[in-house]
Ligand binder design. Structure first.
Ligand code: C5P
Length: 245
């Protein structure tokens, strides 16, 4: 999955209820983004055959984002099936047990890069205590992200999903080769309404400046009056940030 050009850094989530709707966006955005992300909504409605359809119509990689979280043997067997689908990236939650991450790696058989989901970008610091976490994490969410990333690194994963706000921390702790894939991207000027359900948001330029490798950008493209224009505008912002860096 190359990331030499600005548009290759963009991951567009195909968050649609049917393969037909998703593939209409694949046709429109092919050549404008680097990866198409298939998540739970599309995978549940369309099944694994949608992967082949996207492969046939899109000139982009595929990221299968099922965010696995289960006992190790179940994760290993699920990842083993994912490894046969020909996707470039897949996800597992870092969770609470390193054995789940080791199982994901075993199942991947080196055929798909595995990313660990650290702390969802829809989570803010004030959500941690009600979720059962205590000090020091409740006072330092980035450190919780780094803690989970260290589990992912130790298990041999290729990188993590984190917010663009934490990408710099991930790169400085775990090295340039450890991927930071960042959702929660909101272009400047979207305002509070544009946050949707995301909490830890950052602009495309901000994520790149912090060292993010790939930026997951959904609703700012999907819901724009002209999605192609929105993707091109974001790519231009990324290009400028890359040139400045
Ligand atoms: O840009 P937007 O908010 O629409 O992006 C939503 C997408 O980002 C969804 O596909 C969701 O699964 C993904 N996401 C993620 N990890 C997070 C937050 C969102 O993969 N931490």
């Amino acid at each position: 999955m190359p990331r030499d050009t600005a548009k290759q850094r963009i991951v567009f989530p195909l968050d649609f209820p049917s393969a037909d709707q998703a593939c209409r966006f694949v046709d429109r955005l092919s050549g404008r983004v680097g990866l198409f992300k298939v998540g739970l909504e599309l995978f549940i409605s369309a099944g694994a055959t949608v992967i082949d359809r996207i492969h046939r119509s899109g000139q982009a990689g595929i990221f299968l984002d099922l965010k696995l979280h289960d006992i190790p043997v179940t994760v290993e067997r699920a990842m083993d099936r994912i490894a046969d689908l020909g996707v470039g990236l897949a996800t597992v939650h870092c969770g609470e047990n390193p054995a789940m991450l080791a199982a994901a790696m075993a199942g991947s058989r080196g055929r798909v890069k595995v990313l660990g989901v650290t702390v969802l970008t829809s989570v803010a610091a004030e959500h941690l205590r009600p979720a059962g976490l205590g000090p020091p994490w409740v006072h330092d969410l980035p450190e919780l992200v780094a803690k989970r990333a260290s589990m992912a690194r130790a298990a041999g994963l290729s990188g993590v999903v984190c917010s663009g706000l934490e990408a710099g921390l991930i790169k400085s702790r775990f090295g340039a080769d450890f991927l930071a894939v960042t959702p929660g991207i909101r272009p400047m000027g979207e305002g509070a309404a544009g946050r949707d359900d995301q909490e830890r948001i950052v602009t495309p330029a901000g994520a790149i400046q912090n060292g993010a490798d790939y930026l997951v950008i959904g609703r700012p493209i999907r819901d724009a009056a002209d999605p192609c224009q929105a993707a091109d505008r974001i790519a231009a912002e990324i290009r400028t940030a890359l040139a400045a860096g």
